[in-house]
Design a binder for this molecule. Structure first.
Ligand code: A2P
Length: 273
């Protein structure tokens, strides 16, 4: 894992993307690579920019023909900088270039947050489930660091399933940092992370759909099975996973919510693929 931090006396070594004078321009402050397919980065936060934890924005790179992609903001709404978690797609129009950014470089950022994985789209409940695969963990990295989530729910359960163990590093690190954070650390005693892998041996193996259907997850957490009276569910991952988890919760009587009509579960795809 390589981590590159910007400090005043250590400028970026390679100014690949100089920051032009643009209303969209934000500066990269930190980059951390986890695998050859995954990394996270932080950008300066425009003073006027407000968002709700769990929302996404459009990110691009300066150039003759900028390409924009939707990215969930992975930092909470109170944070000074903005964190993003990204896949690196070989030959991908944006990520092929974005993966090369260094502190000091410029990234374009549209200040229009939107999305359905927000607390406002859910009815009150006892437990908040945040079910993710791959980079779908990003919006939950924001929500688990937001005190409002702990005000609204007694217990937060975040699940993250990936093919291999290395792909779990970001969620494991983020939850560990959240639990020792001065602002939300004490609240995060009520946060449980469950990670599983599907293609490499690990402590817990299996797709999230299987772990929910065969009861493994409930036994592990010592809780009752998903039910619309107590539980609220947010889902973020690939289209196939969203479809299957949505069917699973609907079969248990959950109704889908939105910003205009809060419900018992909400869904959003993990965007960059
Ligand atoms: P699997 O390895 O069995 O396909 P991906 O990288 O393809 O987005 O997958 C991320 C994780 O999501 C993998 O662990 C994958 O399991 C799992 N997954 C893929 N499709 C589904 C689905 N329809 N329901 C639940 N989990 C899924």
């Amino acid at each position: 894992m390589t981590k590159v931090m910007a400090t005043p006396d250590q400028p970026s070594l390679d100014q690949t993307f100089p920051c032009p004078d643009s209303a969209f321009a934000e500066t990269v402050t930190e980059v951390e690579h986890y695998t050859d397919r995954l990394f996270r980065f932080r950008l300066t936060r425009p003073a006027s920019f407000r968002f709700r934890s769990g929302e996404f924005v459009m990110i691009g790179l300066p150039g003759e023909k900028p390409v924009w992609r939707a990215y969930s903001i992975a930092s909470p709404s109170w944070d000074d900088t903005l964190e993003f978690y990204s896949i690196k797609v070989p030959g991908g129009p944006l990520t092929e270039h974005l993966q090369k950014i260094q502190p000091g470089d410029c990234v374009w950022f549209r200040k229009k947050p939107t999305g359905t994985l927000v607390l406002d789209a859910l009815l009150p409940g006892k437990r908040l489930w945040m079910i993710s695969t791959g980079t779908g963990f990003a919006p939950f990295a924001s929500l688990i660091r937001d005190p409002e989530a702990y005000e609204k729910f007694d217990q937060l359960i975040v699940t993250h399933t990936c093919r291999e163990k290395d792909e779990l590093t970001y969620s494991l690190n983020t939850v560990a940092e959240t639990k020792s954070d001065p602002l939300v650390g004490e609240l995060a005693d009520r946060l449980e992370l469950v990670t599983s892998t599907t293609q490499e041996e690990s402590a817990l193996m299996g797709r999230i759909t299987t772990l929910l259907e065969d009861g493994t997850l409930y036994q592990r957490l010592n809780i009752t099975a998903l039910n619309p009276e107590e539980d609220r569910v947010m889902i973020c991952g690939s289209m196939a996973m969203l479809k299957d988890v949505k069917a699973l919760v609907e079969a248990r009587g959950f109704t889908e919510g939105s910003n205009s009509k809060p419900g018992q579960f909400v869904v959003e795809r993990a965007f960059v693929d």
